[in-house]
Design a protein around this ligand. Structure first.
Ligand code: MV4
Length: 453
């Protein structure tokens, strides 16, 4: 039995994820409140929600990131909970605290846990103590360049300096030799201090050609934890993922079981609740090393939904209502078949320059094993202020080969007119011999398009 039942939820987001959360609420019989900026007045999430409130001008800082406006909208509409989606305020511990102080359920982990995971070297130290494999590195934040030099000498070059408050690739410096270290250390500190609230920097052994693999977690408020397999996210450019799949072609059943076992204990010990992702890098020998935790639902969650049959967004809401995982899940977690997602972005497929504007023609593919999550429609206008995600095309097949064939035919039936999209690039990736053989790492796009990676 849930300890509370939400009657109404406010969605503090826009685009396809706002629509995705509305879908989950509809199926659960929960009313929805959309918030929108002046640029999103005609957006689908505004149309499909039961109520909608304008929270400010186009600029995110004055709308989707404006905590006071969002809390006001929640109070005016008398909602029980707020779903933050991904990006924007989703990993802002301060926002989660304000929600709690305003007697609103924040659909995500507790503020203290969001904060722990946001301090990257603390999350790393915690995972290491729990027996999760991490790369050799500094035990915590570096105090001096001398300390960094001594450690790097011990670990061996190359090493990487990372901002404690960073993540997603910002504030990192690769050091290949001792003489470059003092300068790069100063640069990393300056950049971290300017971009984030903290100038703290830590150090790790650098892996030059890793695969990026992440494990999906669900955890309830009663100590139950489930691991929903992994996603392969190596096909990316400048930290923007283009294509994701589950399972990873590089993860064996044995490795998955081993990592799932240690993660289950670590996540329970951390008091982590709701949905989350644990990111790993895989080295050339096939070993996985923890790098960070993403305390939110992710863009690529549908590939996990396809292979597990579990609705991750509905699970998030039910967990926040105090329900127990054994009551939410249909049975033991099993992975079936193979799923691939392509992020259809409004951008030039060769230059990656954003391509906002009016969509003059729009047709989505369907048929067996095909899912489209989108917020656009014919004659809608993609505003230039936010990310360029137009739609996600997700397919499921009985194995990887069928999923690839299905994705190629579905991409061929996806029509978006009036703007440029990433579809031609994704068709090239799916035709590539190395991709089809599962032979790739995070440098794939670079090798694929020399000079543009
Ligand atoms: C690394 C790495 C190599 N060695 N850490 C980039 C995003 C952030 N989450 C971590 N990142 C990296 N950390 C060590 N010790 C290489 C990257 C990296 C990367 C990671 C995942 C996906 C794409 C990437 C692209 C460039 C660098």
């Amino acid at each position: 039995m849930p300890s509370v039942r939400f009657k109404k939820i406010l969605i503090a987001n826009r685009g396809e994820i706002a629509v995705r959360i509305i879908c989950a609420c509809r199926e659960l019989g929960i009313e929805t409140v959309a918030v929108y900026s002046e640029a999103d007045r005609y957006s689908s999430h505004v149309r499909f929600a039961d109520q909608a409130i304008c929270i400010g001008p186009a600029k995110s800082a004055r709308s989707y990131l404006d905590i006071a406006s969002i809390i006001s909208a929640a109070e005016i509409t008398n909602v029980d909970a707020i779903h933050p989606g991904y990006g924007f305020l989703s990993e802002n511990a301060g926002f989660a605290e304000v929600c709690e102080a305003s007697h609103l359920h924040f659909i995500g982990p507790k503020p203290a846990v969001i904060r722990l995971m946001g301090v990257k070297e603390r999350a790393r130290a915690f995972m290491r103590e729990m027996g999760v494999p991490v790369l050799p590195g500094s035990p915590g934040v570096l105090s001096t360049a001398e300390e960094a030099l001594e450690l790097a000498e011990k670990i061996g070059y190359p090493v990487i300096l990372k901002a404690s408050a960073g993540g997603g690739g910002r504030g990192m410096r690769v050091v290949t030799q001792a003489e470059d270290l003092p300068g790069l250390y100063a640069q990393a500190q300056t950049e971290a201090g300017a971009a984030f609230a903290s100038a703290d920097v830590y150090l790790e052994k650098y892996i030059g050609a890793p695969r990026h693999i992440e494990f999906q977690i669900l955890a309830d408020e009663h100590g139950n934890v489930e691991i929903l397999g992994e996603r392969e996210c190596s096909i990316q450019r400048r930290h923007q993922k283009l294509l994701e799949e589950s399972p990873s072609p590089a993860v064996t059943d044995g490795l998955r079981a081993e990592i799932s076992g240690v993660l289950r204990k670590a996540i329970a010990a951390a008091g982590y609740t709701n949905a989350g992702t644990v990111e790993f890098l895989m080295d050339e020998t096939g070993k996985l090393y923890f790098i960070e935790v993403n305390a939110r639902v992710q863009v690529e969650h549908p590939v996990t939904e396809f292979v597990t049959g579990i609705d991750i967004v509905k699970s998030q809401i039910r967990i926040a209502q105090g329900e127990r995982l054994p009551d939410i899940l249909p049975g033991p977690v099993e992975l079936r078949g193979h799923s691939i997602e392509c992020r259809i972005n409004a951008e030039n497929p060769e230059t990656f320059v954003p391509s906002p504007g009016r969509i003059t023609g729009f047709h989505v593919p369907g048929g067996i094993g095909v899912r489209v999550d989108t917020w656009v429609y014919t004659d809608c206008v993609i505003p230039p202020f936010y990310d360029s995600l137009v739609a996600k095309l997700i397919v499921h097949g009985c194995d990887r080969a069928e999923a690839i064939d299905r994705m190629r035919r579905a991409l061929g039936m996806f029509i978006v007119e009036g703007i440029h999209t990433s579809i031609p690039l994704q068709q090239k990736i799916l035709a590539d011999e190395d991709f089809r053989a599962g032979r790739f790492d995070t440098n794939f796009i670079k090798r694929f398009m020399p000079g543009k990676g």
